[in-house]
Ligand binder design. Structure first.
Ligand SMILES: [Zn+2]
Length: 175
């Protein structure tokens, strides 16, 4: 999936989780959580030379370090990878004075694995086990991915409007 799909899907996935568990909003406000989840959702593709962050100056060295350990969609695209990265960013969250920020980080990271699971290559969820899980629904870069992006975007904005206008859920309430 391309980075735009991952960005939209991470915000949508996070919104759904926040609607199900409104308490999360008192831990980390959705609007802050959204920024964190988006960054987290872009991290797994640091294992790909054309990943959105891989080509950026700030992340290039991290990309190279990751590439020394893996090819595309191996440990970075697994539950193990999501735990490793969440542990790795914990000191940053601590210094920031907001250790609970690792919650949206973890959710954002997982959202990447969920959306990649919709395409035929699938995801190595239980690395180091070799089996991959993919639904063969959407090929990366296909027309279907474009439609998927639009559907997710409409659903996301719909959820935001519902929540904001009718105070329907927990997204924009204070803690
Ligand atoms: Zn990916």
């Amino acid at each position: 999936m391309n980075h735009r799909t991952h960005i939209f899907f991470s915000l949508f996935f996070l919104a759904i989780i926040y609607e199900i568990f409104p308490i999360l909003n008192s831990y980390v406000l959705y609007m802050i959580a959204g920024v964190i989840a988006v960054i987290a959702a872009l991290i797994p593709d640091l294992d790909h030379p054309k990943g959105y962050l891989s080509t950026g100056r700030n992340w290039y060295l991290i990309h190279l370090a990751i590439r020394r350990t893996t090819t595309h969609r191996r440990w970075t695209h697994s539950l193990l990878g999501s735990v490793i990265f969440t542990i790795a960013v914990f000191p940053i969250a601590l210094v920031w004075g907001a250790p609970l920020n690792i919650i949206p980080f973890f959710i954002g990271y997982l959202s990447h694995l969920v959306s990649d699971s919709l395409n035929p290559t699938g995801v190595n969820w239980f690395y180091p086990k070799k089996k991959t899980y993919g639904l063969k629904l959407i090929r990366t870069g296909s027309k279907r991915e474009e439609y998927f992006q639009k559907i997710i975007l409409v659903a996301l904005v719909g959820l935001w409007l519902y929540d904001g206008l009718y105070n329907g859920g927990s997204l924009f309430r204070g803690p």
